[in-house]
Design a protein around this ligand. Structure first.
Ligand SMILES: [Zn+2]
Length: 353
């Protein structure tokens, strides 16, 4: 036991040192953390376990500790487990939302009312997801490195969150979560995340439990309104080739490029200029993200930079539009009789000429 105590006390300093040059999200330390939790559970060392989760795991948690954390509940007891795990979820929800939702769901397999604190921490933590500098913690550098391999949120995240929340049979918890998700479509993307999650939740649970039902209706309505705002009317293709272009450089080539970009009729332009000037124009086109390709025709000397307008902005918008129409189809199937569904049906019809 004395040895275990020394290990726990020495750990935080050690952990910090090694994270500064570790770029893997599942660094060796994460499996070590799970092993340490398991060892302390075996020793039934409740106080040390609490200290280890609070001082080490809370700041570095990546979800690989979930199974070990679950076994810790029987040593800590429901009340103390709820205290350390709600602090952990509150701190890590912004960085590891999916892992936190998994943990909440796993905890509620045998729900104790104490775990409501964990559910509240998960709901409160939704606000910090996708916010920059959400936490000024000492592990910033490690976070930046870990972020490179961070996975985007998947629909399972929302489905697991509500599966966990429903055990508390409290509509206000579910409603609060739905409101937070619906209010930030830029983070909780309706087509990629929310609509597939609603579909999954409805498929798994029919009928939905009363605590969840109004919350999912809220998500459904806000997604439908978002999609209609964007895509009730099909996007119109540009009527000519005119592009917005305003360059700060006033060299001869830039002026010629600007004139070409703004020309409503010209879609291809050839610049027969030396290499240094061609590179300059390529940089300007890339910097300003103009809707055009630039290819070097190697015939002759100097060679020729061929610029071809390609309407990529409109093409990208059309791809989004089709995704949004597909999401509307999904929403209509789930609640065909609502007034918003009638409008979405009309939008779907308008998408197929
Ligand atoms: Zn220039």
């Amino acid at each position: 036991m004395a040895v275990a105590q020394r290990i726990v006390e020495a750990w935080p300093a050690d952990a910090r040192r090694s994270y500064s040059y570790s770029i893997n999200t599942t660094s060796p330390e994460s499996s070590e953390r799970a092993k340490m939790i398991a060892a302390l559970v075996k020793l039934k060392a409740a106080a040390l376990l609490q200290q280890f989760v609070r001082d080490v795991v809370t700041s570095t948690y990546d979800g690989s500790e979930n199974a070990a954390l679950l076994t810790s509940v029987r040593v800590l007891g429901d009340v103390d487990a709820a205290a350390v795990l709600s602090a952990l979820v509150g701190a890590r929800m912004p960085h590891r939302p999916s892992a936190c939702a998994d943990l909440l769901l796993a905890l509620t397999a045998n729900p104790s009312p104490s775990f409501r604190k964990v559910a509240e921490a998960a709901v409160a933590g939704l606000d910090a997801i996708g916010m920059e500098n959400s936490q000024a913690d000492t592990f910033k550098r490690w976070e930046e490195l870990a972020d490179r391999s961070k996975q985007p949120l998947a629909p399972e995240f929302i489905a697991n969150l509500f599966s966990g929340l429903k055990h508390f049979q409290d509509p206000t918890l579910c409603e609060a979560a739905a409101e937070k998700l619906a209010s930030r479509p830029e983070v909780f993307h309706p087509t990629a995340l929310v609509v597939p999650a609603i579909e999954r939740i409805c498929a798994e649970q029919d009928p939905l439990p009363p605590a969840v039902d109004p919350a999912i209706q809220h998500l459904w309505t806000s997604a439908a309104e978002f999609l209609l705002r964007r895509s009730e009317v099909p996007p119109q293709p540009p009527s000519d080739w005119r592009l917005h272009a305003e360059f700060s450089c006033k060299c001869a080539e830039c002026r010629e490029l600007q004139a070409f970009a703004r020309d409503p009729n010209e879609s291809v332009h050839r610049f027969r200029i030396r290499q240094e000037r061609r590179s300059h124009l390529q940089n300007v086109i890339d910097q300003h993200r103009l809707d055009m390709t630039h290819v070097t025709d190697r015939v002759g000397s100097p060679q020729t930079l061929v610029c071809t307008k390609d309407r990529r902005t409109f093409k990208a918008r059309m791809k989004e539009y089709h995704d949004e129409i597909a999401a509307m189809c999904t929403l209509v199937k789930l609640a065909p009789k609502s007034a918003l569904s009638k409008r979405m049906e009309a939008a779907v019809k308008a998408s197929t000429p």
